[in-house]
Design a protein around this ligand. Structure first.
Ligand SMILES: CC(C)(COP(=O)(O)OP(=O)(O)OC[C@H]1O[C@@H](n2cnc3c(N)ncnc32)[C@H](O)[C@@H]1OP(=O)(O)O)[C@@H](O)C(=O)NCCC(=O)NCCS
Length: 169
């Protein structure tokens, strides 16, 4: 498994992962493909350098030798098993912060550290860009809250079905 920036031509596969990854979480996602496509494209436009995917070779072997040029047509030899849409240009009440807009790991690849690795890559970039604070919103009944607490995020306040979590980095 390796992490790299997403390519525009693979966003369709990111949408597949998004729809599949959220299907047990009813209220918290766009269930219609059309809306999901619009959402993922919006995330990509916000900050494409902060849109990272976790990829594995189809064989399950280490994908490190893969062609990263994006022009080889070798899209099908790897599987996208996770992504994070992070945004280094988000303005909140506290000024410019790093936002984690979306994070999904394939249901068959959970609890292997992929989500944590994606978060670490996004946060590392935020730090390099001089940001000092990360913010995200998570559904109040979403078990991902515990995942974020493990990473040092603290619940800040609730608005409707959403909970804002933050971390000083
Ligand atoms: C949340 C999510 C991305 C976590 O990805 P993951 O790859 O399974 O998480 P990791 O394996 O990196 O877990 C890192 C740590 O969080 C803990 N953790 C992960 N999921 C957890 C859960 N549901 N409940 C409690 N702890 C959890 C792990 O035990 C691990 O702890 P450790 O470092 O002490 O061993 C994944 O469950 C997912 O895609 N969920 C659906 C989409 C979603 O809700 N996204 C968040 C939107 S805000």
């Amino acid at each position: 498994m390796r992490i790299r920036q997403a390519r525009a031509q693979e966003l369709k596969r990111v949408v597949d992962l998004y729809l599949n990854g959220y299907k047990d979480l009813g209220n918290y996602f766009y269930t219609r493909r059309k809306n999901a496509v619009r959402y993922i494209k919006w995330l990509y436009r916000r900050d494409r350098a902060g849109f990272f995917v976790a990829v594995e070779n189809r064989s399950g072997a280490n994908a490190d030798e893969g062609d990263d040029s994006g022009g080889s047509g070798a899209e099908d030899d790897h599987r996208i098993v996770g992504f994070v849409a992070s945004d280094a240009f988000w303005l909140s009440e506290s000024g410019r912060v790093g936002a984690i807009h979306e994070l999904v790991v394939s249901p068959t690849r959970r609890n292997l550290g992929i989500g944590k690795t994606l978060m670490n890559v996004a946060i590392h970039r935020f730090r390099e860009l001089g940001l000092e604070r990360v913010e995200l919103w998570v559904g109040i009944t979403n078990p991902a809250q515990k995942f974020y607490e493990t990473l040092g995020f603290k619940a800040e306040f609730q608005s409707g079905i959403w909970l804002k979590m933050t971390k000083v980095i």
